[in-house]
Design a binder for this molecule. Structure first.
Ligand SMILES: Cc1ncc(COP(=O)(O)OP(=O)(O)O)c(N)n1
Ligand code: TZP
Ligand code: MG
Length: 214
């Protein structure tokens, strides 16, 4: 699968986001249509040290079973140590160019909140952009103000063709707005971690929007 297709339904999750076993949640999500996974063990009640590493390895194993890319949030050294498929970093994390050098040809995702950040990420070697927050979310404490799907529209208008996923407050009722703005897919935490059975409706929403755009 190429990267644009892998980004259709991108599940981001850590144990702090789950009300049940994260391994079971991921397994259900993957069987429900998730196309890419990011391990984001961060915030209140998150695991550290050996328990974090053990969980990461278990989740990586599940992704390998479903042949879905396994991405690590923030921690480039952990990603290299584990042989993960890539890393996602934000504007407050390590410099994009330095991370690209360390990663070689592994997948590098960058958070972008506006056209300028998107352009810089593109020039520094990003493979895809995570753009948000699209809508109000309570999942990330230090979230930037809501940008809305319009920011993806403006990136496209300015000629940025890099694969893009919208993130933040996305659920099956608003996924079409993100896709109609020109996104290749959506990245979600709570819409799946709290309700893995809704994965099908989200995936269907992405597929319907892609079909309509042809
Ligand atoms: C796909 C995707 N997009 C954006 C983010 C947010 O990254 P960042 O701004 O670095 O914030 P944290 O997730 O590290 O808190 C993401 N993780 N994934
Ligand atoms: C990690 C992240 N980055 C921007 S918003 C967000 C949280 C997304 O969580 P949810 O899908 O539950 O709104
Ligand atoms: Mg980060």
């Amino acid at each position: 699968m190429n990267l644009r297709d892998s980004l259709k339904l991108y599940f981001v999750m850590g144990s702090q986001n789950c009300e049940r076993s994260p391994v079971d949640v991921l397994e259900e999500a993957l069987s429900g249509g998730v196309t890419m996974f990011q391990f984001r063990e961060k915030g209140n009640r998150c695991l550290e040290g050996k328990p974090m590493m053990e969980l990461a390895l278990e989740l990586q194993h599940v992704c390998q079973k479903y042949r879905v890319p396994f991405i690590i949030n923030d921690d480039v050294e952990l990603a290299l140590k584990m042989g993960a498929d890539g890393v996602h970093i934000g504007q407050e994390d390590e410099s994009i160019g330095a991370v690209r050098k360390k990663l070689g040809d592994k997948i590098l995702g960058i958070s972008a909140h506006n056209v300028r950040e998107a352009q810089l990420a593109l020039e520094s070697g990003a493979d895809y952009l995570g753009v948000g927050p699209m809508f109000q979310t309570t999942t990330k404490n230090d979230c930037r103000p809501v940008q809305g799907p319009k920011v993806i529209e403006s990136m496209r208008k300015m000629g940025i063709r890099l694969p893009v996923v919208g993130i933040g407050g996305i659920h099956s009722g608003n996924v079409h707005k993100v896709m109609e703005a020109g996104s290749d897919g959506v990245a979600v935490i709570s819409a799946i971690s709290k309700h893995p059975e809704r994965t099908h409706t989200l995936f269907q929403g992405v597929q319907d929007s892609l079909l309509k755009s042809f």
